[in-house]
Design a protein around this ligand. Sequence first.
Ligand code: ADP
Ligand code: MG
Length: 260
Amino acid sequence: HMEPAVSSKAKVIAFANQKGGVAKTTTTLNLAAAFAEEGHRVLCVDMDPQGNLTMSQGIDPDSLEKSMFDVLVYDLSIREVIRRREIDVACASIDLAGAEIAMSTKIGRERSLEKAFRPILEDYDFICIDTPPSLGLLTINALTAADKVIVPVQCEYLSMRGLIQLQNTLSMIRENLNPDVDIEGILPTLVDSRTIHAKEAIEILEENFGDRVFASRIKKTVRFAEAPVRGMSVLKYDPDGMAAQSYRELAKEVLGNGKR
Ligand code: ADP
Ligand code: MG
């Protein structure tokens, strides 16, 4: 086993949108799987008390003795909660729902995740953080620890107000906690190419956010609901399908954007 000649630090990407059901978890896992397919070392971090990302790799959150709760609240080493599956997953369970209150009196509460990453930054090329559907302390921890943010947007129910609110939160994070964090891109998800509405929604996105909107689009298909039930990414579940291909294309776009 040869060590790489030059060790480099992971690029940390948070997947955020305070709206639920926009494919944050799906995008976190499948983009991570696409990076891994390209030979990158990838960690996914589940910051959602619902533990959907953890479950989507076939891990039962109720079976976990320690989880991201212990990392954030008690400074447990993140290595203790990483399970190796298709990709590495730092697992969440429902107790994470109590983390925001448990952390509220902690000094440096916004930086708990950033601090947890420090010892493992050289172990990975990418760290992908799934966030809950809110802009509370768990998401603030993710945005503070991140180099970049990917914003999945469901084109069917486009909420411009929601996106502006997310941008305002990001501005506050930049001013107070993490000056360099920026949006890597906005990703149109759950695109039903048959409807005029989806087309219009993407046009509105592009008018408002220009080239911040990824060229990749993630179309609607039942494969995305089927794969997690088997504990797999769509890249493993249906490697030749268009669902897998769309995340490979997104990976190419992100890999082509600077740094790596
Ligand atoms: P979030 O994490 O933002 O709440 P999820 O990733 O859990 O969203 O996705 C919400 C639901 O939509 C899940 O049931 C998921 O399987 C499904 N889904 C995600 N992406 C797609 C897609 N491109 N086509 C069809 N269903 C999808
Ligand atoms: Mg989710």
